[in-house]
Ligand binder design. Sequence first.
Ligand SMILES: NC(=O)C1=CN([C@@H]2O[C@H](COP(=O)(O)OP(=O)(O)OC[C@H]3O[C@@H](n4cnc5c(N)ncnc54)[C@H](OP(=O)(O)O)[C@@H]3O)[C@@H](O)[C@H]2O)C=CC1
Ligand SMILES: O=C(O)C1=N[C@H](C(=O)O)C[C@H](O)C1
Length: 266
Amino acid sequence: MKIGIAGCGGRMGRMLVRHTLDTPGVLLAAGSERPGSDLVGADVASVVGAAPVGAVITDDPAALVAACDAVIDFTTPALTAVHAEQAAARGSILVIGTTGLGASDLSLLSEAAADARIVRAPNMSVGVNLLMALTRTVAATLGEEYDIEIVEHHHRHKVDAPSGTALGLGEAAAQGRGVDLDAVSDRARDGHTGAREDGHIGFAVVRGGDVVGDHTVMFAGPGERIELTHKASDRGIYARGALRAALWAQDRPNGLYSMADVLGLG
Ligand SMILES: NC(=O)C1=CN([C@@H]2O[C@H](COP(=O)(O)OP(=O)(O)OC[C@H]3O[C@@H](n4cnc5c(N)ncnc54)[C@H](OP(=O)(O)O)[C@@H]3O)[C@@H](O)[C@H]2O)C=CC1
Ligand SMILES: O=C(O)C1=N[C@H](C(=O)O)C[C@H](O)C1
């Protein structure tokens, strides 16, 4: 299976290149970087200092999609939307790890999935997807007297907040409780906020250092507190998940899938 890595010079891009080179059954076929980047025109394997594989870094999203069976995209929402249109035009596979997508991006993905196989997940690790399933179950079991708070900590370079994973965990908690997350989420607290509202789901964000990604879902009740935590220490967990998703999608009909589908947790 021919794999293309979008944004191959980024933190996740480099990790994906390394894992694609090391994974049986996949071939590193192309990569992309921003127009004007020094990497454009270089061999993709060069971003991890590996021997050339004869696959070139392009600055054209259409050329990237055309060169591959599956594109893996951990970039920016604007570029993800372009890849979705291109994947639909060619009926190919798109694995999306990019976070911070807005409502219009999400509806574009739904449309594109009529003509492409798209797997999107804010977190591709097995551990976090299990945490999401556990969060749904615990939230469904405990009553509203248990306040749900989600705390995330990421490296100083992260540009979106709360993390896509934190929002996914909030969605899982809301589903467990049978409520609409948008109606109950507290995403910012500052100044005289008043007391916490019953049934709300709070988010707290920490940015600093080189933290790969820590997430805690807290259920703070009367007389006790339950905390479910995942701590990532190696971006390889996301790269392995993304490649697993690309291989899984080969035998699927067009549609929009999640990592829970890939892992059989749905
Ligand atoms: N779902 C998951 O499991 C995970 C998701 N993520 C998400 O992945 C995304 C990327 O994270 P990270 O790797 O840390 O970010 P980086 O900024 O390190 O990487 C993004 C890469 O995309 C490149 N890029 C930007 N615009 C274009 C363009 N128009 N054409 C080609 N390349 C472009 C960037 O280039 P330049 O530097 O020049 O801008 C950069 O090399 C984020 O949304 C993050 O939240 C991260 C980890 C796990
Ligand atoms: O930007 C990151 O680094 C990460 N982003 C994803 C997110 O927003 O949840 C996944 C992971 O936490 C790392």
